[in-house]
Design a protein around this ligand. Structure first.
Ligand code: HPA
Length: 273
């Protein structure tokens, strides 16, 4: 379907009527990384289902709330729960949250996710700052009539993961105890995990982590010129790397262990941006 500028404005008008400040930084929390939301001071919470023209989360580990507040003295909005194409959304619908942030006046977007390591030098619990991505399947979220108020029809994405923000994130990693890499994220549609052959193919193509999110939001941010930082938490080795099947329990367990140190790391980044 073709969305108009007014369609997105309707969501923004509702949210602006509930929050009396402009958030500077928008943070999208990936699967099981929700505990960061507890760091938000003086929170104002809005359920996705109350926002006109918005979407609703269908994944159990995704809360489905926008949380506005302060982290390290900075005004933020946090998406606790995100939307994926595997839930049944069209790729074109996945622009909605990032365009809302743009209309709210956000200046920086931080995306986080849980992912499987393709790079055999990575370990569960590591963090990868995205320096680039590979998306060879599924539509672009920018498919359909362009909405020129957000950005041009055709646009360059050679440096869409903002180099200055990557530098800050690398710098902030020091002293956190986390192993932080820079690498390439490969988008898979899910909801099934990848096959071992897909992971091997992805490695040959130059990917370091595999996941089912982030890239659609990242492309939307790039289209409307929003500075962008994206970080993947390695919750498991990709399919076939170890001689064992992948389980969601493994993903959830690692995410739970990493959530604390990762939240601290995120706070440092928010303070440094
Ligand atoms: N593949 C895709 N998405 C994921 C994975 C994975 O191995 N782990 C967590 N999210």
């Amino acid at each position: 379907m073709g969305y108009t500028y007014e369609y997105f404005q309707k969501s923004a008008d509702y949210v602006k009527s509930k929050v009396d400040f402009t958030p500077e930084i928008a943070i999208v929390l990936g699967s099981c990384l929700g505990p960061f939301a507890q760091q938000i001071e003086d929170p104002i919470t809005i359920d996705y289902k109350d926002i006109p023209n918005f979407l609703v989360s269908t994944v159990a580990s995704h809360a489905g709330k926008l949380i506005f507040g302060t982290v390290c003295g900075r005004k933020v909005v946090c998406m606790s729960g995100r939307f994926h194409s595997y839930e049944g959304y069209d790729f074109e619908q996945l622009v909605i949250p990032i365009r809302l942030f743009k209309l709210l006046g956000v200046k920086t977007v931080i995306l986080t996710n849980a992912s499987g390591a393709i790079n055999t030098g990575y370990r569960p619990g590591d963090v990868m700052i995205l320096k680039d991505h590979i998306k060879l399947n599924g539509h672009s979220p920018l498919r359909g009539p362009n909405v020129p108020e957000f950005g041009p029809r055709f646009f360059d994405i050679s440096n869409m993961y903002t180099p200055e923000l990557r530098k800050i994130a690398l710098e902030c990693a020091k002293g956190t105890g986390l192993r932080v890499h820079e690498g390439v994220y490969m988008f898979f549609t899910g909801p099934q995990f990848e096959t071992p052959a897909e992971i091997r193919a992805a490695r040959i193509l130059g990917a370091d982590c595999a996941g089912m999110s982030t890239v659609t939001e990242a492309l939307t941010a790039a289209h409307c010129g929003l500075p962008l930082l994206a970080m993947a938490v390695v919750t498991n080795m990709g399919a076939g790397v170890l001689d064992q099947p992948l389980t969601t329990d493994e993903v959830d367990e690692t995410a739970q262990v990493v959530a604390g140190p990762f939240s601290e790391y995120m706070k440092k980044i928010v303070a440094a941006i």
